[in-house]
Write a protein that binds this ligand. Structure first.
Ligand SMILES: O=C(O)c1ccccc1NCC(=O)[C@H](O)[C@H](O)COP(=O)(O)O
Length: 212
């Protein structure tokens, strides 16, 4: 099965169009006002309308108030929510939508315990941030700590880029990868050449490890 690809942190329509032309599987829009990649509901609504059916639209929050989540859902009707903070399972489930729960891999984690804590999470997103910190760090964590077996699907994130993502795929065999900084020329400004190179590197790694 091919490695699924999520590009996160779009702020511009042309960047999103370039990304969609590459056949990625998911796009992330960030509603955390502390992020340099944050979008308003209006911008998110316009970007979201660009995304065709069968590409997942992910609305990303970090310890956001329920009102912001309500506003983002009304504006974009996302396919997935992504909770990147200390949100409880009860909070994540409040909107009765599929969601991803980020796990801060800057510290050692018992990933099966996370699966038990968030039983309805669609997947865990293993990211390199520290607990309570922002994502989108551009730094990787030790991929040897990725799970060989896990009772939920999972996404590998944190510091991926065209130069290292093939090694990450080969070493960790993630069901999916997620990237923000590694395909940018500046925060929120995606680079067409880096986006293409990232997708090409994942596809080559899949072919080499017979995951076409
Ligand atoms: O990307 C951000 O600015 C961000 C801010 C606050 C919370 C989460 C954020 N990003 C979450 C993501 O899903 C990123 O794609 C992930 O952290 C990987 O980022 P990067 O290391 O830059 O590839």
């Amino acid at each position: 099965m091919p490695t699924r690809i999520k590009f996160c942190g779009f702020t511009r329509a042309d960047d999103l169009a370039q990304a969609l032309s590459l056949g990625i599987d998911a796009v992330g829009l960030i509603f955390d006002p502390r992020s340099k990649r944050a979008v308003t509901a209006d911008v998110a609504s316009a970007l979201s309308r660009q995304v065709p059916a069968f590409v997942s639209r992910v609305a990303l929050f970090r310890d956001a108030p329920a009102s912001l989540i309500d506003e983002a859902i009304a504006a974009t009707d996302p396919d997935l929510l992504q909770f990147h903070g200390n949100e409880s399972a009860e909070f994540c489930e409040r909107w009765q939508r599929p969601y991803l729960k980020a796990v801060p891999m800057a510290e050692a984690q018992d990933l099966e315990q996370w699966c038990a804590r968030y039983p309805h999470a669609r997947a865990l997103l293993l990211d390199s941030h520290a607990p309570g910190a922002l994502g989108g760090t551009g730094h990787a964590f030790d991929w040897s700590r990725a799970p060989r077996v896990l009772s939920k699907s999972w996404v590998l994130a944190g510091g991926l880029n065209p130069a290292n993502v093939a090694s990450a795929v080969t070493m960790a065999s993630p069901p999916a990868v997620d990237v923000s900084s590694g395909i940018e020329s500046a925060p929120g400004i995606k680079d067409p050449a880096l986006m293409r190179a990232f997708v090409d590197a994942v596809r080559r790694a899949d072919l080499q490890s017979s995951r076409p």
